[in-house]
Design a protein around this ligand. Structure first.
Ligand code: MGD
Ligand code: MGD
Ligand code: MO
Length: 716
């Protein structure tokens, strides 16, 4: 088989340091352009590309250490085969030839009975279109494997936006620099969206007012003039009360509403339900919402006045909406409710007004060309396709024949994991671990896991080609390899190419090189030569307009902002956004709340990227140890002291960590900062021991932040 990277494209072993243009692969809205300095075949420095406006030459602390990650002394450099019991971490090196021949034989044996018993499990370890789902997707489609519902991060809000604005589209991120009011809703931008924060600072210097809506007093909340520290999962109640105030105080943009929205005052639906958004929001007085949200009603009135009166003065009001608020049962409805606000104020009229949650829908990427879903028919050989939800993988792995989770198909017999770390990041870890520990399950991991039968060393971003969209800005980025693969590591694409050959998949698409795949990702609207020369190319104006909805033109079926969604009505769901209380809260489950009175959220630790970088010593040293933040009154009520080792528990399980008594936590809510590797955490557990596999109202997404716990001092 020909080499996957043409050697002449890598500036290996040059005596003078050279720089290579690349893209940060991580799951982060910023998608930075990188400049890697290479000397004698070693990456010695990774910096932000100063020519790329969205990066501005600045990287976060994590990615500034990317060279440390690439050349990390503990990095896996050759394939490993398990020799001890599952989970024991006992492996021996094997050759690629032996590993791939055995993997191909095992997958073929499973597929001979029913290929749907093979499950690929992947997410956004790299966001690249090529090392993400290109050859890998072709391989699993051709095999007829189960499809994976990739819901673990953003599908509740994604579906909510599709049903409101028509897609994952919105304001251009750089426009926030010109906004007059910026509401940062469910996002710790300083920790997880640093390059957006630069625009916020520029706006603040120009006199903008910043508001943060977050149950945690984050670094970001501290730097905003106003902070509404609401209870988790109550955002829709707050949004409905803001609408109430806009309505009763004459702050609506009636002209925009009439021309460009559906469902404000026109009556729909059955008797007994509210038939328009206007009717519904009028039930949400600030007092009622304040009681639900656990905030002062005056703070709600003040925020409504600030947003509404600024918009009346024809100044831009912008919302940066993020994922924090989607991880509860009502997360989809909450995003819908918030996404209605800019249209009610006519904020979309201005380029610096409106809302941005994700910009990914602007990119005309040719995913079907890269992934070839058409190959599935051949692979399935007449069987019905099956889709497994990654957010309830614990239940899926443990399901016995006949379990509805299996949808009439076979139990899962083989899992191939790449670009994800399910044992750390999926909810209800005890079940995930139990599933991966099944002796009859064949598991292959591209990269790192103690539960695998085979662990295959994957290249990092400095060693392979890739092409990137973004969910924060609107530029395409190209990543060229800077160094040769370290050790025996191979790109994901190459592993699946070789497996395809061993399994006799003869379609020519399996021979496409990584560079060819990069070229296939976009049509003529993106100039590949520009990408080669500069590393990035902005989307043309037609794909990423300034003020995209100034004249309506929402990409919904009605062409309007859909407060009322006919498509949701058609699915038997509430067509208007509503407050859907948490599954685990005092009002919906008082018995549970008596036993487990604290609501736990588990947002990321600033110096980790989900579970990535936890093994980078210098970053782990900053985070020191897994912590739970708790308000002083809750700690005092339990007799807990600062730094104590505590047990956090509920009916699903328990984990241990250090207590930090902190004003970042509000009373009644604890913050379990994620996501540690279980084996680097305390007593081999992490925060996902206690989170649940329940799914959200829209998008079949996880409910990590809808989680009641109790906390006590740990014994011994
Ligand atoms: N440093 C760092 N950066 C990251 C990541 C990381 O792990 N580390 N992860 C990346 C990934 S995968 C993603 S998806 C993005 C996530 O990006 P964001 O969605 O911006 O995620 P966070 O910064 O965690 O912000 C979530 C905030 O929501 C708050 N929150 C929790 N529950 C609620 C609620 O019910 N309502 C409201 N209003 N707020 C709530 C949390 O306290 C937290 O401050 O960040 C990416 N960037
Ligand atoms: N409790 C709790 N749990 C959460 C969250 C939370 O807020 N709270 N957040 C959730 C969210 S938003 C997300 S997105 C998920 C994240 O879940 P994952 O996408 O699983 O994220 P990571 O933990 O970063 O794991 C990615 C893995 O891919 C590997 N990788 C990186 N690049 C490559 C490559 O090129 N090839 C291969 N083969 N591997 C590569 C990395 O080393 C790492 O092991 O976690 C979710 N879990
Ligand atoms: Mo995510």
């Amino acid at each position: 088989m020909t080499s996957h990277i043409a050697p002449e494209t890598i500036p290996a072993h040059q005596a003078v340091p050279t720089t290579v243009k690349g893209a940060c692969p991580h799951d982060c809205p910023d998608t930075c352009a990188l400049l890697t300095t290479v000397h004698n075949g070693v990456a010695i420095k990774v910096a932000g590309n100063p020519e790329h406006p969205a990066t501005g030459g600045v990287l976060c602390t994590k990615v500034a250490r990317y060279a440390e990650r690439t050349h990390h002394p503990e990095r896996l450099l050759h394939p490993l085969k398990r020799v001890g019991p599952k989970g024991s971490g006992q492996f021996l090196p094997v050759s690629w030839a032996e590993a791939l021949a055995d993997i191909a034989a095992k997958l073929q044996a499973v597929a001979a009975t029913d290929p749907r018993a093979v499950l690929p499990y992947s997410y956004a370890g790299t966001m690249g279109l090529v090392q993400g789902e290109s050859i890998a997707a072709r391989f699993f489609h051709r095999l007829g494997a189960s499809l994976l519902d990739r819901t673990i991060c953003a599908s509740a809000g994604g579906e909510a936006l599709v049903h409101t604005l028509g897609g994952k589209v919105g304001m251009r991120v750089e426009q926030f620099a010109h906004s007059q009011v910026i509401v940062i809703w469910g996002s710790n931008a300083i920790g997880s969206n640093l390059h957006f924060w630069r625009h916020v600072q520029a706006a603040k210097r120009n006199g903008a007012t910043l508001v943060c809506i977050d149950p945690r007093r984050t670094e970001t909340a501290e730097k905003c003039q106003h902070h509404l520290q609401l209870l988790p999962g109550t955002d829709a109640a707050l949004a409905l009360a803001l609408m109430h105030e806009f309505t009763v105080h004459g702050l609506l943009d009636e002209d925009y509403i009439t021309r460009f929205t559906t469902g404000w005052a026109d009556l729909h639906g059955q008797n007994g339900t509210q038939r328009s958004l206007r009717e519904r929001c009028l039930l949400w007085t600030p007092e009622r919402a304040a009681a639900v949200c656990g905030v002062d009603p005056q703070a709600i009135r003040d925020l409504a006045r600030l947003m509404g009166e600024t918009a009346r003065k024809n100044q831009p009001v912008a919302i940066r909406l993020n994922y924090g608020m989607q991880r509860t049962r009502g997360g989809g409805n909450a995003v819908r409710a918030v996404a209605c606000l800019p249209a009610l104020l006519g904020a979309w009229r201005h380029p610096a007004g409106g809302l941005l949650m994700s910009s990914s829908g602007h990119f005309p990427a040719q995913r079907n060309t890269l992934q070839r879903p058409d190959l599935l028919t051949q692979g399935l050989g007449g069987r019905a396709p099956r889709t497994i939800n990654m957010s309830s993988v614990g239940d899926a792995l443990l399901a016995q024949p006949g379990d509805p989770v299996l949808q009439g198909g076979p139990p899962i017999a083989a899992v191939v994991v790449y670009n994800s770390n399910p044992v750390a990041v999926a909810p209800e870890s005890a079940k995930v671990v139990q599933g991966f520990a099944r002796p009859d399950l064949f598991t292959v991991v591209l990269e790192h896991s103690d539960y695998a039968d085979y662990v295959l060393p994957a290249t990092t971003q400095l060693e392979h080609w890739d092409i990137h969209t973004s969910y924060g800005h609107t530029d395409v980025l190209l990543n060229q390899p800077a160094i040769a693969p370290v050790g025996q590591s191979k790109p994901n694409t190459q592993v699946f190419r070789e497996l395809a050959a061993l399994m006799g998949f003869a379609e020519p698409c399996f021979a496409d090189t990584d560079e060819a795949l990069c070229r296939q990702a976009f049509g003529p609207e993106i100039d590949f030569n520009q990408l080669l020369a500069h590393g990035f190319a902005p989307l043309p104006e037609a794909h990423a307009p300034l003020a995209p909805f100034a004249q309506g033109a929402f990409p919904t079926p009605s062409g309007r902002c859909e407060f009322y969604s006919q498509r949701l009505a058609g699915q038997g769901l509430d067509p208007l956004p509503n407050h859907v209380p948490n599954l685990e809260a005092a009002d919906s489950n008082p018995t549970l709340a008596r036993r487990y009175p604290l609501a736990m959220i588990s947002p990321p630790a600033r110096n980790f990227l989900n579970s990535t970088f936890v093994n980078v010593t210098s970053l782990r040293d900053i985070e020191a140890e897994p912590v739970l933040e708790m308000h002083g009154t809750d700690a005092a009520a339990r007799g807990l002291t600062e730094g104590a080792l505590v047990r956090v528990f509920n009916d699903r399980g328990s984990y241990h960590c250090a207590l930090r008594i902190s004003p970042r936590a509000r009373p009644g809510v604890v913050n379990g900062l994620g996501i540690w590797w279980r084996k680097l955490g305390v007593r081999g557990t992490n925060v996902n021991e206690v989170t649940s596999q329940a799914l959200t109202d829209l998008g079949r997404a996880p409910t990590f932040y809808d989680c009641l716990v109790q906390v006590e001092a740990a014994g011994d």
